[in-house]
Design a binder for this molecule. Structure first.
Ligand code: MEV
Length: 367
């Protein structure tokens, strides 16, 4: 049996702006995981996951067309990851095999609600990792990330891939997204293998490690209402075409300045980081006001306001509309406000999640 796990993620700055090709974000991988167990099968492949209910999904091979055939869930991340890995396997002339995948998640609460910690990204990475080992493809972390992004954008074309980068490389990272529309077009015309190594299509995209900010503590609160990232990103995009909206022309620049300044603050042992997170919350508030899309729900506002009242910096993490908020406090201040913040969160039905960064691992190649 092969067992692979991939961590979840949190956005610290740069949400929405990172959706534009070349846009940047700061993320951290967190120590909650999706685990994929792969065992060899014979005449049929199965995927078992709480997301599919009790009965495993079954797939068979259409050998004539080198495709996986699946009833009912054609555009799922797991199958997109299988399809992309199988294309790589086939290009290497390796014989196809059947396998069963058993998927379990710590990125949902007991009732199966998502925390917004990037479960689609983590499952895509874990499946690709497992198949990399199963077929002995020998992919580097950067190649696994790229393959995962090609798979993901077949399901969700707007996904920036920030969650995949955090899940692949761990630790704190600064991520800049490639042009995913160009990647999809290139893959459709030239195939997966050629797209993976095409220099032009990945231009402008990068992952850089940031130093672990030793002097900062990260607190995470969950507001209990899962949000649909795809729907929110789509709503923000659509407002750009509506005549009545108040434009927020400097959004991309303001967001990039937050990302740059946060990366610089991390390099100075966290000095100035709280001010940047404070600013990043205001940038998202302005985006929300100009687009009419609710990013900071009443619960997220309470989460952030409580933290700010205690001298910490706070903002929604990711697309907002529910899910998680993050808080940074300084570890070297005389009295940490964390206990007080958590107590007030509980009074407001905000669940503190005890998360720590998942450590950085593996080299990052230049794209
Ligand atoms: C959602 O977690 C973050 C967004 O920037 C979307 C994305 O990066 O794919 C809103």
């Amino acid at each position: 049996m092969i067992e692979k796990r991939a961590p979840g993620k949190l956005y610290i700055a740069g949400e929405y702006a990172v959706v534009q090709p070349g846009g940047s974000a700061v993320l951290v991988a967190v120590d909650r995981y999706i685990t994929v167990r792969l065992t060899e099968g014979s005449e049929v492949g199965r995927v078992r996951s709480s997301a599919y209910g009790r009965t495993p999904l079954e797939w068979v091979r259409d050998d004539a067309n080198d495709r996986i055939v699946l009833e009912h869930h054609p555009t799922d991340y797991v199958f997109a990851a299988i399809t992309a890995s199988e294309q790589l396997r086939s290009s290497r002339g390796l014989a196809p095999r059947y396998y069963d995948l058993d998927i379990s998640s710590e990125l949902d609460d007991v009732s199966g609600q998502k925390y917004g910690l990037g479960s689609s990204g983590a499952v895509t990475i874990a499946v690709i990792d497992a198949l990399d080992e199963f077929y002995r493809l020998g992919l580097t972390p950067t190649e696994r990330f790229k393959l995962a992004l090609l798979a993901t954008i077949e399901v969700s074309p707007d996904s920036s891939g920030g969650d995949l980068a955090a899940s692949t490389f761990g630790g704190w990272i600064r991520y800049s997204s490639p042009d995913r529309a160009a990647l999809r077009t290139h893959r459709a015309a030239h195939g997966t293998v050629e797209t993976l190594s095409s220099v032009r299509e990945w231009a402008g995209s990068s992952v850089r490690r940031l130093p672990h900010p030793n002097h900062l503590d990260l607190l995470v609160g969950w507001t209990g209402s899962p949000a649909s990232t795809e729907r929110l990103v789509e709503q923000v995009r659509r407002t750009e075409e509506r005549p009545a909206v108040i434009p927020y022309d400097s959004f991309a620049d303001d967001s990039r300045a937050c990302v740059d300044d946060l990366a610089a603050a991390f390099a100075r042992r966290g000095e100035g980081a709280l001010e940047v997170v404070h600013r990043a919350r205001r940038v998202l508030q302005r985006l929300s006001a100009s687009s009419g899309v609710l990013i900071e729900t009443a619960q997220l506002r309470a989460l952030c306001d409580i933290a700010e009242r205690h001298g910490a910096a706070a903002k929604p993490s990711g697309a907002g509309g529910g899910d998680c908020g993050i808080v940074l406090t300084r570890t070297d201040s005389p009295a940490s406000p964390a206990d007080e913040i958590i107590r007030e969160w509980r009074e407001n039905d905000i669940l503190p999640l005890s998360l720590a960064p998942h450590p950085a691992a593996g080299d990052i190649d230049d794209f």
